[in-house]
Design a binder for this molecule. Sequence first.
Ligand code: UDP
Length: 471
Amino acid sequence: MKNIHVLAIPYPAQGHVIPLMEASRCFTNSGLMVTFVNTEFIHKRVMSAGSEMDCPRDLMRMVSIPDGMEPCDDRSDIGKLTKTMFQLMPTKLEELINDINKDDEDKITCIVADYYMGWVVRVARKMGIRLASFCPSSAAVSAVIMSVQKLMDDEVINCNGVPMQDKMIQLSNSMPFMDPRNFIWACVGDSTTNKIIFDYVVLDGKEAAEAADHIICNSTMELEPGAFALFPKLLPIGPLLATNRSARQVAHFWNEDSTCLAWLDQQPVCSVIYLAFGSFTVFDQRQFEELALGLEDTKRPFLWVVRPGTSGSMDYVYPTGYMDRIGTHGKMVSWAPQQEVLNHPSVACFMSHCGWNSTMEGVSNGIPFLCWPYFADQFFNKTYICDIWKTGVGLKKDDTGIVTREEIKSKVEQLLDNDIIKENALNLQEKVMDCVRAGNSSNKNLNKFIDWVKEENEHARVNETSKLMNE
Ligand code: UDP
């Protein structure tokens, strides 16, 4: 029998691979077959980090295509990576699909492409394959990208995406105010990187979003009603969490250190500060030390994810005597099983860079946030947390650009003494988790999407039958 076969392709970054893999796991749970296409570089990392695929191999295939860069090239230069990928990957993807389609039973039914891989629309069009977009960031970010022409017409940004006004804007009356300086393409890196992201990711992403039949998002109606009202084509199917299916997170780039779960078991309920800043954030040594000392000053237990230095950068050095003073009061790991950590009763709050996945995971577990955004959409996610949902507080930098130890201590105390924020976080958790229950909004949208994927095969089957009858 012919398989219903989805090809899923994420942007090669941790915060994109994990949620698209979770969406793909929802597809395989409904009997669809998925070919998950990573770049070769990411494929090797995922495979060597050894996260087990909890799904039958005949339903989930992990494959790879080159990203166009040399093995030793610096992939943290996202401008260069993006430009190179957008040039080489279309040909490679086409070759891969032609190869898969040689087997009539396995032909690709549709492509689910990351919103940030807009070039895929041209491959889909050329090969006559239906396309859906997957948005790993907030629906608000998708809404901004889809509004980019209007933003240019209104002179909020110029034709290179550079903000032209120093004032907050609203995409609609029901959406939060946004600072144009925080649009993803305006704060990813230097002006060259920002321009590449605008030209490739944003403009192609907009074209793909318009061409796609559906745009599925890792969000919920409850969290972003304004964005979903403005663009009804956006279908929230989140929160996409491994814990929703009682499984561990898959597709990690680093080996997770699970010893922190046993350490958490030893800590009092609701006592621990959990700190993790995703896969990109980098601190300089001075900020790193200040953070270490601020944590010490709180006199609370803490679990801190200190990612090993990426290539070229040095590993961090702790303040003199720090480890002896901290003892077992604090625990550092290089990569945590984050969803399990956030689900642990000992965790009191989450100091986070506000990446969208971390935001969704914190919200889904009813955890109050200490927000420390680093780049791209994280500044706007902080706005959601602090100003709209009111489930966290922000950490402020001083005049020299440092978040001081005094600021850390004072904000931790402010957050943990605030019962209203805790209550808001628990209420929001309840609403958000309700969305994935059978018959509720995210669950309905997911089923609607899966029905759409299956429709194609139904059409093909009817066409084939009528062809046979006419012969
Ligand atoms: N993560 C993890 N362990 C860690 C740190 C992060 O499993 O120690 C996961 C986290 O659960 C999330 C993803 O990595 O799913 C990071 O995505 P996010 O959007 O929060 O941040 P990004 O890495 O894109 O900046």
